[in-house]
Each structure stands twice: as C-alpha cells, then as structure tokens.
Design a protein. Structure first.
Length: 283
C-alpha cells in the first residue's frame, strides 16, 4: 500500500490495480472500505473496457477474444514509477498474458496528486503497437454512505433532465427510464438499483456532488473528460459509486466488432491518450 499526504488529506493506494483504498480528512473516511461479503471493491480501474461485452467477447481483425466485465487492469500489480510526499505515479505495461485478451502493446499510467482538499487522478495510455488501438478507460469509485444512500442526494451544477438507459445483464438497451426532469439534484433511492446501475449518456454537467442532506457532508467528483456517467450500488449497502466513464457497455444487438463499439476510444500508433478526474472533499 502506498500512502501520500498533504496538510489536509491522506490517500492510500494499493499497487494491485493502482486502486484507491482510502481518502481521509481529519480522521473521516470518504471511501467505501470494500467488505468482501458486500462488495470487495473500493475504486477499481476499468481498462481496457468499461462495463460488459456481449457474451464477454469481441472480434478484432477477424479474431475472437474473451474479456471480462470492466477488463483486467484491476487485477494487475502496478509498479511505482515515481513518488513524492503528495503524489505517486503507477505503471502497468502489456505483456504476453494481457495480449491473450487484448492484442496491443501499451503503457498504462495512473497518477494521484493531492492539492488542498482535492485528489487529482490522471490516466495515460500510450499505444506502443504498430497499429490503431481500441479501448476504454473509466473509474468506479465507491464512497462511504454509512447512514444509507437514502439520506443522500447527487447534486449537479446545471439543471438536468436525465433518463437512465436500462441494462439487460451486461448489455445496454435503448429503453429509457425517466429519473429527473429539469432539476439539479437527484435524491437517491435503493429502488433505482434493484436491477443494476443508472446509466446516463446525456449529462450536461461535468461534475457531481454526493451530499448527505442531513449533515451536509459531501464529496464532489469532477470529470471533464468523461462521456458517460453512472451511479451504482448494491441495494441496502452503505456505499454509492459515482462512475465517470469514457466508454459504455455493449448494446443489445452488438456485432462484437470492437472497432464499431459505441463510445470506443481510437488511439493511433505511438500516440498518448490522457484522461483525468478529481475528488474534492466539500465542507
């Protein structure tokens, strides 16, 4: 476990998956503790896909590959490339094992930097292959809600009219479920998550704040680079995931062709893809 600190915050990041496991201010923990009997994750990194694939497979250049939901990066041990008191950069490189599932050479870096009461998280993907690379990356951070999620709202800086796209297993349909209309807050209810996640494609806002309406305790997530935004938790569990993604699940009727997958990122040989978001403790 790698620990970084500044005058306000302490963050703990596991080399396994370069996963944030703790973010605390004045002894108050903001990240879900990851109980195995509930949900063992805390803030898993999703790469090289976000969400699930149809039948857990895709086709590239005529060859079929199997790839688990959210990809495999969360199961890989990252090396520490550099570290200061308030920052750290983790590195994972493709290898023979990864190329059985994802046939590209790449370097994946995850950087964490503390600045005041903000934790900035930067992702870098460099395509080391002599061909175009197709992938997604996203965050799946779980925030502690010990009082239960129904004491919380998700606040947006703009008024939003949001429909959630309905999931059928790992696949996303075109069926929509109306959630809010022309308002800047979303009261959380367990009933929203009886099937799975809320999936938003049409969010105008580039940040969201999870706030306890009784205590005012809040955490804001800024995601300038995300194309999709999801909310998820297991019903009756004391955490809520705010998930900015740059990709999305396979849609119902997918052709398996990863080059035609909705929301897929396309990275030319030798190029670098940068993606950032941040977590701010609001008092």
């Amino acid at each position: 476990m790698v620990i970084i600190k500044n005058e306000f915050l302490t963050a703990k990041i596991n080399e396994l998956g370069a996963e944030l496991r703790s973010l605390s201010l004045d002894g108050n923990e903001y990240i879900w503790e990851g109980k195995p009997e509930v949900w063992p994750g805390a803030c898993p990194l999703m790469f090289p896909i976000c969400g699930g694939l149809k039948d857990d497979k895709y086709i590239f250049e005529g060859k079929e590959y199997t790839l688990e939901k959210h990809g495999y990066a969360r199961f890989k041990t990252f090396s520490v490339e550099s570290k200061t008191d308030n920052s750290v950069v983790f590195l994972h490189k493709s290898d023979d094992e990864t190329k059985q599932k994802f046939p590209f050479d790449y370097e994946l870096r995850v950087g964490y930097t503390l600045d005041g009461k903000t934790l900035k998280i930067d992702y870098s993907v460099i395509n080391k292959t002599a061909k175009t690379m197709y992938f997604n990356i996203g965050s799946h951070e779980g925030y502690a809600t010990p009082e239960g999620i129904e004491d919380y709202d998700v606040l947006f800086p703009q008024n939003e009219t949001l429909d959630s796209y309905v999931l059928y297993g790992n696949l996303l349909s075109q069926q929509k479920l109306p959630i809010i209309k022309n308002q800047n807050y979303l009261p959380l209810y367990d009933k929203y998550f009886t099937i799975d996640a809320l999936v938003f494609k049409d969010l105008k806002s580039k940040s969201a704040t999870l706030r306890n309406r009784k205590t005012g305790k809040a955490v804001r997530v800024d995601f300038p680079d995300a194309n999709y935004f999801l909310l998820w938790h297991k019903p009756n569990s004391p955490y809520m995931c705010l998930e900015p993604w740059n990709g999305v699940q396979d849609i119902v009727g997918s052709s398996y062709d990863i080059t035609k997958k909705e929301g897929i990122s396309v990275l030319d040989s030798g190029k670098e893809f940068l993606y950032t978001h941040s977590i701010t403790i609001v008092e």
